[in-house]
Design a protein around this ligand. Structure first.
Ligand code: FES
Length: 112
């Protein structure tokens, strides 16, 4: 079981915002959707843009480079159903955002 990795002060990711952090060498986009934290792989699969620095609207995070959009809850691209970011576990502990990374290789787990 992967470890929980502290990545940011909770104040760094207020509701309606997203941030970019590196956890164990992986770029992670953390988004706060109405007070609930979500985390997906932060490297855009299009050309490597920094998803965490994109615009968050509801649960949709838009890559700042060319506008690809992802649901931060499911990791799904909004147009191409076969494109999906890994979804990481995320929690807040004592004012610190922690993530537990999904497996680095292979496709994401199938959606229920
Ligand atoms: S790099 Fe993200 S949309 Fe192009």
């Amino acid at each position: 079981m992967p470890e929980w990795i502290p990545v940011a002060d909770v104040a760094a990711c207020l509701p309606g915002t997203s941030i970019e952090r590196v956890a164990d060498g992986r770029m992670v986009a953390i988004a706060n959707v109405d007070g609930t934290l979500h985390a997906i792989d932060g490297l855009c699969p299009h050309q490597g843009g920094p998803l965490g620095t994109g615009m968050l609207c509801g649960a949709i995070l838009t890559c700042p480079w060319h506008g690809w959009q992802f649901d931060v809850v499911s990791g799904r691209h909004q147009v191409s159903p076969t494109v999906r970011q890994a979804v990481h576990e995320v929690r807040e502990r004592n004012g610190i955002i922690e993530v537990r990374l999904a497996a680095a290789d292979g496709p994401p787990e199938p959606l229920a």
